[in-house]
Design a protein around this ligand. Structure first.
Ligand SMILES: [Zn+2]
Length: 235
């Protein structure tokens, strides 16, 4: 086997170990993003529901105080009826009392409607807040698990990466880059065995000329179909 191909094969073994150690850890950032977005969405939902409830409470208090003010005004207007000097003033005051009463009734209706709505707003605010808090606790658990996984495996990964650097040592840079590209794009099989003149990476037949070159062990031979770097197990 060509010396560089042997080195690449050894490197691939180490890379497979690194890949298996980091595979699930590599997925963590995307998973964290997804969960964080979901949590933020729930938080926005809870905040919106709380704001709706708060506004309804403020509006309700506003209706109450405006309604009380109207009652006071009606009392005063009724008192004025006793001291008016002529009929025109009397009629005007009666008219004003009717007008204020009408406003007050409207305020009371609005207040009642708000009170009815508020039951629903309260329920929504409570359930959305609970959903947010539950998800937050799940998310915190996820972060703790992820951190634990990272720290537990940090030593192992560090050791595997050091081995990787050592295994890559002495491989010509161009060939190493080619290998790394293939490792990524060819499903972690950049260096593939040949059996009975078939590339075991893509199962296409290779030429007899390439088989001969492989047997000779003096050239780096690629599969004409998948471009993987080839070797014959016993050559
Ligand atoms: Zn192939």
């Amino acid at each position: 086997m060509h010396e560089h191909v042997q080195k690449l094969l050894d490197l691939q073994r180490v890379d497979l170990v690194v890949s298996s150690l980091t595979k699930d850890i590599d997925l963590l950032p995307a998973e964290e993003d997804k969960r964080r977005r979901r949590l933020e969405q729930l938080e926005r939902g809870a905040n919106t529901a709380a704001a709706v409830l708060q506004k309804a409470e403020i509006d309700s208090r506003g209706c109450d105080s405006a309604s009380r003010a109207a009652d006071e005004q009606i009392t005063k207007l009724n008192e004025r009826l006793n001291v008016v000097r002529n009929n025109a003033e009397y009629q005007a005051t009666l008219f004003e009392i009717e007008s204020v009463k009408k406003d007050r009734d409207q305020l009371q209706d609005d207040g009642l409607e708000l009170l009815e709505q508020m039951e629903g707003f309260k329920a929504t605010a409570t359930t959305t807040q609970q959903a947010f808090e539950e998800e937050r606790s799940v998310f915190e658990g996820f972060l703790a698990e992820a951190e634990k996984m990272r720290s537990e495996r940090a030593d192992e990964i560090g050791a595997a990466r050091a081995k990787r650097d050592a295994a890559a040592d002495g491989i010509p840079p161009d060939l190493l880059r080619e290998y790394e590209g293939l490792y990524k794009t060819r499903d972690r099989l950049a260096v593939a065995p040949v059996e009975d003149a078939f590339c075991q990476g893509c199962y296409n037949k290779i030429t007899m000329n390439d088989v001969a070159r492989l047997m000779g062990g003096s050239a780096v031979v690629r599969c004409g179909s998948c471009q993987r770097i080839l070797y014959i197990a016993n050559a």
